[in-house]
Design a protein around this ligand. Structure first.
Ligand SMILES: O=c1ccn([C@@H]2O[C@H](COP(=O)(O)OP(=O)(O)O[C@H]3O[C@H](CO)[C@@H](O)[C@H](O)[C@H]3O)[C@@H](O)[C@H]2O)c(=O)[nH]1
Length: 481
Protein backbone atom coordinates (compact mmCIF):
# COMPACT_ATOMS: atom_id res chain seq x y z
CA UNK A 1 0.00 0.00 0.00
CA UNK A 2 2.81 2.43 0.88
CA UNK A 3 4.51 1.61 -2.39
CA UNK A 4 1.25 2.15 -4.32
CA UNK A 5 0.66 5.45 -2.54
CA UNK A 6 4.05 6.76 -3.51
CA UNK A 7 3.29 6.16 -7.17
CA UNK A 8 -0.24 7.48 -7.40
CA UNK A 9 -1.99 10.55 -6.04
CA UNK A 10 -5.05 9.72 -4.02
CA UNK A 11 -7.79 12.30 -3.49
CA UNK A 12 -10.80 12.16 -1.18
CA UNK A 13 -13.90 13.94 -2.55
CA UNK A 14 -16.37 14.87 0.15
CA UNK A 15 -19.41 16.87 -1.05
CA UNK A 16 -22.28 18.34 0.94
CA UNK A 17 -25.23 15.94 0.68
CA UNK A 18 -27.41 17.60 -1.93
CA UNK A 19 -27.63 16.81 -5.64
CA UNK A 20 -26.31 20.23 -6.67
CA UNK A 21 -23.05 19.52 -4.84
CA UNK A 22 -22.75 15.74 -5.22
CA UNK A 23 -23.20 15.75 -9.01
CA UNK A 24 -20.35 18.18 -9.85
CA UNK A 25 -18.05 16.58 -7.27
CA UNK A 26 -18.57 13.19 -8.88
CA UNK A 27 -17.76 14.81 -12.22
CA UNK A 28 -14.65 16.25 -10.62
CA UNK A 29 -13.64 12.81 -9.37
CA UNK A 30 -14.14 11.44 -12.89
CA UNK A 31 -11.96 14.22 -14.29
CA UNK A 32 -9.13 13.54 -11.82
CA UNK A 33 -9.46 9.80 -12.43
CA UNK A 34 -8.98 10.43 -16.15
CA UNK A 35 -5.63 12.03 -15.21
CA UNK A 36 -4.47 8.93 -13.37
CA UNK A 37 -5.45 9.95 -9.83
CA UNK A 38 -6.93 7.45 -7.40
CA UNK A 39 -10.30 8.85 -6.26
CA UNK A 40 -12.42 8.08 -3.21
CA UNK A 41 -15.94 9.47 -2.96
CA UNK A 42 -16.88 9.96 0.69
CA UNK A 43 -20.58 10.04 1.56
CA UNK A 44 -23.42 8.61 3.64
CA UNK A 45 -25.11 5.22 2.95
CA UNK A 46 -28.22 6.41 1.10
CA UNK A 47 -26.25 8.81 -1.05
CA UNK A 48 -23.71 6.09 -1.75
CA UNK A 49 -26.51 3.85 -3.00
CA UNK A 50 -27.93 6.64 -5.14
CA UNK A 51 -24.62 7.44 -6.80
CA UNK A 52 -22.80 4.11 -6.78
CA UNK A 53 -23.38 3.68 -10.50
CA UNK A 54 -21.18 6.71 -11.22
CA UNK A 55 -18.32 5.20 -9.26
CA UNK A 56 -18.97 1.78 -10.84
CA UNK A 57 -18.74 3.35 -14.27
CA UNK A 58 -15.41 4.97 -13.34
CA UNK A 59 -14.16 1.54 -12.27
CA UNK A 60 -15.38 -0.06 -15.49
CA UNK A 61 -13.32 2.53 -17.38
CA UNK A 62 -10.29 1.14 -15.56
CA UNK A 63 -9.96 3.89 -12.94
CA UNK A 64 -8.85 3.33 -9.38
CA UNK A 65 -12.03 4.67 -7.72
CA UNK A 66 -14.12 3.72 -4.72
CA UNK A 67 -16.81 4.89 -2.30
CA UNK A 68 -16.12 5.31 1.40
CA UNK A 69 -19.13 5.43 3.66
CA UNK A 70 -19.66 7.44 6.81
CA UNK A 71 -22.83 7.55 8.82
CA UNK A 72 -24.81 10.75 9.15
CA UNK A 73 -24.99 11.75 12.83
CA UNK A 74 -28.79 11.86 13.09
CA UNK A 75 -28.89 11.16 16.81
CA UNK A 76 -26.29 13.74 17.79
CA UNK A 77 -28.04 16.32 15.62
CA UNK A 78 -31.55 15.52 16.85
CA UNK A 79 -32.74 14.55 13.38
CA UNK A 80 -35.06 11.66 12.45
CA UNK A 81 -33.59 8.27 11.60
CA UNK A 82 -32.77 7.88 7.92
CA UNK A 83 -32.15 11.61 7.40
CA UNK A 84 -29.20 11.96 5.08
CA UNK A 85 -29.99 14.48 2.43
CA UNK A 86 -30.41 18.17 3.14
CA UNK A 87 -33.08 18.53 0.49
CA UNK A 88 -35.33 16.36 2.65
CA UNK A 89 -35.33 18.91 5.51
CA UNK A 90 -39.04 19.67 5.80
CA UNK A 91 -38.88 22.56 8.21
CA UNK A 92 -36.57 25.49 8.76
CA UNK A 93 -35.59 23.95 12.10
CA UNK A 94 -34.60 20.67 10.41
CA UNK A 95 -32.65 22.57 7.85
CA UNK A 96 -30.84 24.52 10.60
CA UNK A 97 -30.05 21.37 12.55
CA UNK A 98 -28.81 19.56 9.48
CA UNK A 99 -26.37 22.34 8.60
CA UNK A 100 -24.98 22.51 12.07
CA UNK A 101 -24.89 18.71 12.32
CA UNK A 102 -22.18 18.42 9.72
CA UNK A 103 -19.54 19.12 12.36
CA UNK A 104 -20.29 15.64 13.77
CA UNK A 105 -18.88 14.25 10.52
CA UNK A 106 -15.41 15.44 11.53
CA UNK A 107 -14.76 12.40 13.67
CA UNK A 108 -15.61 9.69 11.08
CA UNK A 109 -13.67 11.69 8.48
CA UNK A 110 -10.70 11.76 10.82
CA UNK A 111 -10.87 7.96 11.05
CA UNK A 112 -11.02 7.54 7.27
CA UNK A 113 -8.01 9.81 6.81
CA UNK A 114 -6.08 7.81 9.40
CA UNK A 115 -6.97 4.57 7.64
CA UNK A 116 -6.39 5.59 4.00
CA UNK A 117 -3.88 8.46 4.22
CA UNK A 118 -4.82 10.16 0.91
CA UNK A 119 -2.71 12.89 -0.70
CA UNK A 120 -5.39 15.51 -0.16
CA UNK A 121 -9.09 16.07 0.45
CA UNK A 122 -11.53 18.14 -1.60
CA UNK A 123 -14.24 19.00 0.92
CA UNK A 124 -17.34 21.09 0.53
CA UNK A 125 -17.24 24.72 1.67
CA UNK A 126 -20.03 23.81 4.09
CA UNK A 127 -17.57 21.60 6.01
CA UNK A 128 -15.32 24.31 7.49
CA UNK A 129 -13.94 21.91 10.10
CA UNK A 130 -12.43 19.77 7.31
CA UNK A 131 -9.39 22.07 7.06
CA UNK A 132 -8.46 21.31 10.69
CA UNK A 133 -9.06 17.57 10.31
CA UNK A 134 -6.91 17.44 7.18
CA UNK A 135 -4.13 19.46 8.78
CA UNK A 136 -4.04 17.05 11.73
CA UNK A 137 -3.05 14.39 9.18
CA UNK A 138 -0.63 16.72 7.42
CA UNK A 139 -2.57 16.74 4.17
CA UNK A 140 -3.90 19.71 2.18
CA UNK A 141 -7.62 20.53 2.19
CA UNK A 142 -9.15 21.97 -0.96
CA UNK A 143 -12.47 23.83 -0.88
CA UNK A 144 -15.32 23.31 -3.33
CA UNK A 145 -18.00 26.04 -3.31
CA UNK A 146 -20.20 24.61 -6.03
CA UNK A 147 -20.70 28.02 -7.57
CA UNK A 148 -18.83 30.40 -9.84
CA UNK A 149 -16.08 32.85 -8.93
CA UNK A 150 -18.36 35.84 -9.60
CA UNK A 151 -20.79 34.74 -6.89
CA UNK A 152 -18.08 33.75 -4.43
CA UNK A 153 -16.61 37.26 -4.82
CA UNK A 154 -20.03 38.95 -4.59
CA UNK A 155 -20.90 36.99 -1.43
CA UNK A 156 -17.57 37.89 0.12
CA UNK A 157 -17.91 41.61 -0.69
CA UNK A 158 -21.41 41.70 0.84
CA UNK A 159 -20.22 39.77 3.90
CA UNK A 160 -17.24 42.04 4.48
CA UNK A 161 -18.72 45.47 3.63
CA UNK A 162 -22.34 44.80 4.69
CA UNK A 163 -23.82 47.44 2.34
CA UNK A 164 -27.36 46.31 3.21
CA UNK A 165 -26.97 47.35 6.86
CA UNK A 166 -27.35 51.05 6.06
CA UNK A 167 -30.51 50.67 3.93
CA UNK A 168 -33.91 51.51 5.33
CA UNK A 169 -36.05 49.09 3.35
CA UNK A 170 -35.85 45.69 1.70
CA UNK A 171 -36.73 47.33 -1.62
CA UNK A 172 -33.68 49.60 -1.51
CA UNK A 173 -31.01 48.94 -4.08
CA UNK A 174 -27.28 48.88 -3.32
CA UNK A 175 -24.14 48.48 -5.42
CA UNK A 176 -21.97 45.58 -4.26
CA UNK A 177 -18.93 47.39 -2.80
CA UNK A 178 -15.51 46.35 -4.06
CA UNK A 179 -16.87 44.02 -6.73
CA UNK A 180 -15.85 45.03 -10.26
CA UNK A 181 -18.71 46.04 -12.56
CA UNK A 182 -21.24 48.10 -10.52
CA UNK A 183 -23.51 45.17 -9.71
CA UNK A 184 -26.79 46.29 -8.14
CA UNK A 185 -29.05 44.22 -5.94
CA UNK A 186 -32.10 44.79 -3.76
CA UNK A 187 -31.73 43.98 -0.09
CA UNK A 188 -34.55 41.44 -0.34
CA UNK A 189 -32.54 39.47 -2.92
CA UNK A 190 -29.91 38.66 -0.32
CA UNK A 191 -30.12 35.38 1.60
CA UNK A 192 -32.32 35.73 4.69
CA UNK A 193 -29.41 34.89 6.99
CA UNK A 194 -27.38 37.77 5.57
CA UNK A 195 -30.28 40.22 5.74
CA UNK A 196 -31.37 39.43 9.24
CA UNK A 197 -28.21 37.98 10.72
CA UNK A 198 -28.44 34.52 12.33
CA UNK A 199 -26.53 31.57 13.61
CA UNK A 200 -25.74 30.80 10.00
CA UNK A 201 -23.88 34.15 9.68
CA UNK A 202 -21.43 32.95 12.32
CA UNK A 203 -21.17 29.61 10.52
CA UNK A 204 -20.48 31.53 7.30
CA UNK A 205 -17.64 33.35 9.04
CA UNK A 206 -16.14 29.96 9.95
CA UNK A 207 -16.48 28.87 6.33
CA UNK A 208 -14.49 31.88 5.15
CA UNK A 209 -11.84 31.43 7.86
CA UNK A 210 -11.34 27.79 6.95
CA UNK A 211 -11.14 28.72 3.27
CA UNK A 212 -8.29 31.13 4.05
CA UNK A 213 -6.47 28.42 6.00
CA UNK A 214 -7.01 25.81 3.29
CA UNK A 215 -4.68 24.93 0.43
CA UNK A 216 -6.97 26.64 -2.08
CA UNK A 217 -10.18 26.39 -4.02
CA UNK A 218 -11.24 24.24 -6.98
CA UNK A 219 -13.82 26.01 -9.13
CA UNK A 220 -16.32 24.55 -11.59
CA UNK A 221 -15.89 27.31 -14.14
CA UNK A 222 -13.38 28.42 -16.75
CA UNK A 223 -11.12 31.44 -16.79
CA UNK A 224 -12.43 33.08 -19.97
CA UNK A 225 -16.01 33.11 -18.69
CA UNK A 226 -15.41 35.34 -15.70
CA UNK A 227 -11.88 36.56 -16.18
CA UNK A 228 -12.32 39.84 -14.28
CA UNK A 229 -13.70 38.01 -11.25
CA UNK A 230 -11.13 35.22 -11.33
CA UNK A 231 -8.40 37.89 -11.32
CA UNK A 232 -10.20 39.76 -8.55
CA UNK A 233 -10.49 36.57 -6.50
CA UNK A 234 -6.85 35.65 -6.95
CA UNK A 235 -5.22 39.11 -6.90
CA UNK A 236 -7.80 41.33 -5.17
CA UNK A 237 -8.90 38.94 -2.45
CA UNK A 238 -5.62 37.04 -2.48
CA UNK A 239 -7.04 33.52 -2.71
CA UNK A 240 -5.51 30.52 -4.40
CA UNK A 241 -7.84 28.97 -6.95
CA UNK A 242 -7.81 26.59 -9.88
CA UNK A 243 -10.57 26.83 -12.49
CA UNK A 244 -11.03 23.37 -13.92
CA UNK A 245 -14.53 23.37 -15.44
CA UNK A 246 -16.99 22.96 -16.92
CA UNK A 247 -16.88 19.66 -15.05
CA UNK A 248 -19.92 18.27 -16.86
CA UNK A 249 -17.79 18.09 -20.00
CA UNK A 250 -16.25 14.92 -18.59
CA UNK A 251 -19.34 13.17 -20.00
CA UNK A 252 -18.71 12.40 -23.64
CA UNK A 253 -21.42 10.02 -24.73
CA UNK A 254 -25.18 10.24 -24.57
CA UNK A 255 -25.44 7.28 -22.18
CA UNK A 256 -23.15 8.92 -19.66
CA UNK A 257 -25.01 12.25 -19.97
CA UNK A 258 -28.42 10.62 -19.55
CA UNK A 259 -27.27 8.63 -16.52
CA UNK A 260 -25.65 11.51 -14.66
CA UNK A 261 -27.16 12.19 -11.23
CA UNK A 262 -30.33 10.48 -10.04
CA UNK A 263 -32.20 8.02 -12.21
CA UNK A 264 -34.29 9.95 -14.73
CA UNK A 265 -38.08 9.76 -14.46
CA UNK A 266 -38.44 9.46 -18.23
CA UNK A 267 -37.04 6.91 -20.64
CA UNK A 268 -34.12 8.61 -22.38
CA UNK A 269 -35.11 7.25 -25.78
CA UNK A 270 -38.65 8.55 -25.42
CA UNK A 271 -37.27 11.93 -24.49
CA UNK A 272 -34.86 11.93 -27.43
CA UNK A 273 -37.59 10.84 -29.82
CA UNK A 274 -39.74 13.74 -28.65
CA UNK A 275 -36.87 16.23 -29.10
CA UNK A 276 -35.90 14.77 -32.49
CA UNK A 277 -39.42 15.46 -33.74
CA UNK A 278 -38.94 19.22 -33.13
CA UNK A 279 -37.14 21.80 -35.25
CA UNK A 280 -33.92 23.46 -34.03
CA UNK A 281 -34.49 26.27 -31.49
CA UNK A 282 -38.18 25.52 -31.02
CA UNK A 283 -38.27 24.04 -27.50
CA UNK A 284 -38.10 25.83 -24.14
CA UNK A 285 -36.68 23.69 -21.35
CA UNK A 286 -37.98 24.57 -17.87
CA UNK A 287 -36.33 23.13 -14.78
CA UNK A 288 -35.48 24.57 -11.37
CA UNK A 289 -32.78 22.20 -10.15
CA UNK A 290 -33.07 19.86 -7.23
CA UNK A 291 -34.12 22.12 -4.34
CA UNK A 292 -36.40 24.97 -5.41
CA UNK A 293 -39.98 24.74 -4.19
CA UNK A 294 -42.86 26.38 -5.99
CA UNK A 295 -46.41 26.79 -4.70
CA UNK A 296 -49.20 25.34 -6.84
CA UNK A 297 -50.37 28.87 -7.66
CA UNK A 298 -46.97 29.70 -9.17
CA UNK A 299 -46.83 26.43 -11.09
CA UNK A 300 -50.24 27.27 -12.54
CA UNK A 301 -48.88 30.57 -13.85
CA UNK A 302 -46.01 28.68 -15.48
CA UNK A 303 -48.41 26.14 -16.99
CA UNK A 304 -50.56 28.89 -18.53
CA UNK A 305 -47.56 30.82 -19.82
CA UNK A 306 -46.15 27.73 -21.52
CA UNK A 307 -49.52 26.83 -23.01
CA UNK A 308 -50.02 30.31 -24.43
CA UNK A 309 -46.45 30.74 -25.65
CA UNK A 310 -45.90 29.76 -29.24
CA UNK A 311 -43.08 27.43 -28.25
CA UNK A 312 -42.79 23.72 -27.60
CA UNK A 313 -41.70 22.95 -24.08
CA UNK A 314 -40.24 20.38 -21.69
CA UNK A 315 -41.18 21.19 -18.11
CA UNK A 316 -39.69 19.35 -15.14
CA UNK A 317 -41.83 19.35 -12.00
CA UNK A 318 -40.31 17.92 -8.85
CA UNK A 319 -41.82 14.66 -7.69
CA UNK A 320 -42.81 16.00 -4.28
CA UNK A 321 -45.37 18.18 -6.07
CA UNK A 322 -46.37 15.73 -8.73
CA UNK A 323 -46.65 12.89 -6.23
CA UNK A 324 -49.38 14.68 -4.33
CA UNK A 325 -52.86 13.27 -4.76
CA UNK A 326 -54.32 16.24 -6.53
CA UNK A 327 -52.38 17.82 -9.30
CA UNK A 328 -53.73 21.23 -8.41
CA UNK A 329 -50.79 22.84 -10.13
CA UNK A 330 -52.04 21.84 -13.58
CA UNK A 331 -55.13 23.27 -15.32
CA UNK A 332 -57.85 20.75 -16.18
CA UNK A 333 -57.19 18.74 -19.37
CA UNK A 334 -53.80 20.44 -19.77
CA UNK A 335 -51.76 17.51 -21.02
CA UNK A 336 -54.38 16.35 -23.50
CA UNK A 337 -54.71 19.88 -24.91
CA UNK A 338 -50.94 20.21 -25.15
CA UNK A 339 -50.11 16.76 -26.45
CA UNK A 340 -47.17 17.03 -28.82
CA UNK A 341 -46.54 20.65 -27.75
CA UNK A 342 -45.43 20.05 -24.22
CA UNK A 343 -43.72 17.27 -22.32
CA UNK A 344 -44.00 17.31 -18.53
CA UNK A 345 -41.39 15.29 -16.64
CA UNK A 346 -42.52 14.51 -13.11
CA UNK A 347 -39.41 14.03 -11.02
CA UNK A 348 -35.92 13.99 -12.49
CA UNK A 349 -34.92 14.81 -16.06
CA UNK A 350 -31.80 13.79 -18.01
CA UNK A 351 -30.88 17.48 -18.12
CA UNK A 352 -27.48 17.34 -19.80
CA UNK A 353 -28.89 15.27 -22.63
CA UNK A 354 -31.87 17.61 -23.11
CA UNK A 355 -29.95 20.87 -22.95
CA UNK A 356 -27.48 19.89 -25.63
CA UNK A 357 -30.21 18.91 -28.12
CA UNK A 358 -30.40 21.31 -31.07
CA UNK A 359 -34.18 21.65 -30.60
CA UNK A 360 -33.69 23.46 -27.28
CA UNK A 361 -33.67 27.23 -27.78
CA UNK A 362 -33.96 28.55 -24.23
CA UNK A 363 -33.72 27.39 -20.63
CA UNK A 364 -35.97 28.75 -17.88
CA UNK A 365 -33.72 28.24 -14.86
CA UNK A 366 -33.44 29.10 -11.18
CA UNK A 367 -29.77 29.92 -11.85
CA UNK A 368 -28.29 27.11 -9.79
CA UNK A 369 -24.67 27.22 -10.90
CA UNK A 370 -24.61 23.71 -12.37
CA UNK A 371 -27.65 24.39 -14.53
CA UNK A 372 -26.31 27.80 -15.55
CA UNK A 373 -22.92 26.44 -16.58
CA UNK A 374 -24.52 23.47 -18.35
CA UNK A 375 -26.56 25.92 -20.47
CA UNK A 376 -23.51 28.07 -21.19
CA UNK A 377 -21.50 25.02 -22.25
CA UNK A 378 -24.04 24.12 -24.93
CA UNK A 379 -24.75 27.73 -25.95
CA UNK A 380 -28.35 27.99 -24.73
CA UNK A 381 -29.58 31.43 -23.54
CA UNK A 382 -31.62 31.62 -20.35
CA UNK A 383 -34.72 33.05 -18.75
CA UNK A 384 -33.41 33.66 -15.25
CA UNK A 385 -35.62 32.99 -12.26
CA UNK A 386 -33.46 32.96 -9.12
CA UNK A 387 -35.04 31.66 -5.95
CA UNK A 388 -32.55 31.23 -3.10
CA UNK A 389 -28.91 30.50 -2.19
CA UNK A 390 -26.50 32.53 -4.37
CA UNK A 391 -28.82 32.41 -7.37
CA UNK A 392 -29.54 36.17 -7.46
CA UNK A 393 -25.81 36.75 -7.98
CA UNK A 394 -25.65 34.12 -10.71
CA UNK A 395 -28.53 35.90 -12.45
CA UNK A 396 -26.49 39.12 -12.55
CA UNK A 397 -23.58 37.27 -14.14
CA UNK A 398 -25.87 35.78 -16.80
CA UNK A 399 -27.99 38.84 -17.61
CA UNK A 400 -25.64 41.79 -17.03
CA UNK A 401 -22.07 40.54 -17.33
CA UNK A 402 -22.37 37.82 -19.98
CA UNK A 403 -25.65 39.16 -21.48
CA UNK A 404 -27.02 35.75 -22.35
CA UNK A 405 -30.27 35.82 -20.43
CA UNK A 406 -33.46 37.71 -19.69
CA UNK A 407 -34.65 38.09 -16.10
CA UNK A 408 -38.19 36.93 -15.45
CA UNK A 409 -38.40 39.55 -12.69
CA UNK A 410 -37.85 37.56 -9.48
CA UNK A 411 -37.57 40.06 -6.65
CA UNK A 412 -37.19 38.20 -3.42
CA UNK A 413 -35.02 35.45 -1.94
CA UNK A 414 -37.39 32.79 -0.58
CA UNK A 415 -37.31 29.15 0.42
CA UNK A 416 -40.70 28.61 -1.15
CA UNK A 417 -41.90 30.54 -4.19
CA UNK A 418 -45.44 31.89 -4.07
CA UNK A 419 -47.29 33.19 -7.13
CA UNK A 420 -45.02 36.20 -7.44
CA UNK A 421 -44.43 36.01 -11.20
CA UNK A 422 -47.46 36.28 -13.42
CA UNK A 423 -48.08 34.36 -16.64
CA UNK A 424 -47.56 37.45 -18.84
CA UNK A 425 -44.07 38.11 -17.46
CA UNK A 426 -43.02 34.48 -17.98
CA UNK A 427 -44.39 34.43 -21.52
CA UNK A 428 -42.70 37.73 -22.36
CA UNK A 429 -39.29 36.61 -21.09
CA UNK A 430 -39.58 33.30 -22.96
CA UNK A 431 -40.50 35.06 -26.22
CA UNK A 432 -37.63 37.55 -25.85
CA UNK A 433 -35.16 34.70 -25.37
CA UNK A 434 -36.49 32.38 -28.06
CA UNK A 435 -37.19 34.83 -30.88
CA UNK A 436 -36.15 38.05 -32.60
CA UNK A 437 -32.86 39.87 -32.81
CA UNK A 438 -32.37 40.04 -29.06
CA UNK A 439 -32.78 36.25 -28.77
CA UNK A 440 -30.41 35.65 -31.70
CA UNK A 441 -27.77 37.93 -30.22
CA UNK A 442 -27.94 36.24 -26.84
CA UNK A 443 -27.76 32.83 -28.50
CA UNK A 444 -24.70 33.85 -30.52
CA UNK A 445 -22.94 35.11 -27.43
CA UNK A 446 -23.89 31.96 -25.51
CA UNK A 447 -22.58 29.78 -28.34
CA UNK A 448 -19.25 31.58 -28.31
CA UNK A 449 -18.93 30.95 -24.57
CA UNK A 450 -19.86 27.32 -25.22
CA UNK A 451 -17.09 26.97 -27.80
CA UNK A 452 -14.60 28.58 -25.43
CA UNK A 453 -15.72 26.23 -22.65
CA UNK A 454 -15.01 23.21 -24.82
CA UNK A 455 -11.60 24.56 -25.77
CA UNK A 456 -10.83 25.26 -22.09
CA UNK A 457 -11.00 21.58 -21.12
CA UNK A 458 -8.97 20.32 -24.10
CA UNK A 459 -5.22 19.85 -23.87
CA UNK A 460 -3.62 23.32 -23.80
CA UNK A 461 -6.89 25.01 -22.76
CA UNK A 462 -7.16 27.13 -19.62
CA UNK A 463 -8.97 24.57 -17.45
CA UNK A 464 -6.82 21.70 -18.66
CA UNK A 465 -3.71 23.71 -17.85
CA UNK A 466 -5.01 24.78 -14.43
CA UNK A 467 -5.80 21.16 -13.60
CA UNK A 468 -2.31 20.05 -14.72
CA UNK A 469 -0.75 22.80 -12.59
CA UNK A 470 -2.76 21.71 -9.57
CA UNK A 471 -1.84 18.03 -10.02
CA UNK A 472 1.84 18.93 -10.41
CA UNK A 473 1.76 21.04 -7.23
CA UNK A 474 0.06 18.25 -5.35
CA UNK A 475 2.62 15.73 -6.59
CA UNK A 476 5.41 17.98 -5.43
CA UNK A 477 4.10 18.39 -1.93
CA UNK A 478 3.27 14.69 -1.77
CA UNK A 479 6.83 13.79 -2.84
CA UNK A 480 5.55 11.96 -5.87
CA UNK A 481 7.84 13.53 -8.44
O1 LIG B 1 -34.47 17.11 -13.12
C1 LIG B 1 -33.29 17.42 -12.94
C2 LIG B 1 -32.89 18.44 -12.08
C3 LIG B 1 -31.55 18.72 -11.95
N1 LIG B 1 -30.64 18.00 -12.64
C4 LIG B 1 -29.21 18.28 -12.45
O2 LIG B 1 -29.00 18.59 -11.08
C5 LIG B 1 -28.07 19.63 -10.93
C6 LIG B 1 -28.75 20.74 -10.17
O3 LIG B 1 -27.82 21.69 -9.76
P1 LIG B 1 -28.09 23.26 -9.79
O4 LIG B 1 -28.59 23.66 -11.09
O5 LIG B 1 -26.83 23.93 -9.38
O6 LIG B 1 -29.26 23.50 -8.78
P2 LIG B 1 -29.50 23.10 -7.22
O7 LIG B 1 -29.81 21.70 -7.14
O8 LIG B 1 -30.51 24.06 -6.73
O9 LIG B 1 -28.07 23.44 -6.57
C7 LIG B 1 -27.63 23.94 -5.33
O10 LIG B 1 -26.21 23.91 -5.45
C8 LIG B 1 -25.65 24.75 -6.47
C9 LIG B 1 -24.15 24.55 -6.50
O11 LIG B 1 -23.59 25.03 -5.32
C10 LIG B 1 -26.02 26.20 -6.25
O12 LIG B 1 -25.55 27.01 -7.31
C11 LIG B 1 -27.53 26.33 -6.12
O13 LIG B 1 -27.88 27.68 -5.85
C12 LIG B 1 -28.04 25.39 -5.02
O14 LIG B 1 -29.44 25.49 -4.88
C13 LIG B 1 -27.65 20.04 -12.34
O15 LIG B 1 -26.44 19.42 -12.64
C14 LIG B 1 -28.74 19.48 -13.23
O16 LIG B 1 -28.28 19.10 -14.50
C15 LIG B 1 -31.00 17.00 -13.50
O17 LIG B 1 -30.16 16.36 -14.14
N2 LIG B 1 -32.33 16.75 -13.63
Amino acid sequence: MDHEKRKQLHIFFFPFMIQGHIIPVLDMAKLFASRGVKTSFVTTPANAALFSKSVESMKSEGHNSDILIINFPVKEAGLPDGFESFDSAETREMSRKSFLATSFLAQPLDQLLEEHRPSCIVADMLFPWATGVASKHGIPRLVFHGTCCFSVCATECVRVYEPHRTLSSDDDVFVIPGLPGEIRLKRKQLPVFMRLGSEFCKFYGEIKKSELESFGVLVNSFYELEQVYVDYYRDGLGRKAWHIGPLALCHNDIESKANRGKEASIDKNKCLEWLNSKKPISVVYVCFGSLANFESSQLLEIARALEDSKQYFIWVVKRERSGEDTEDWLPEGYEIRNEGKGLIIRGWSPQLMILEHEAVGAFVTHCGWNSTLEAITVGVPMVTWPVAAEQFYNEKLVTEVLRIGVPVGAQKWARRVGDSIKKEAIEKAVTRTMTGQEGDEMRNRARKFGETAKRAVKEGGSSYTDLSAFIEELKQISNLR
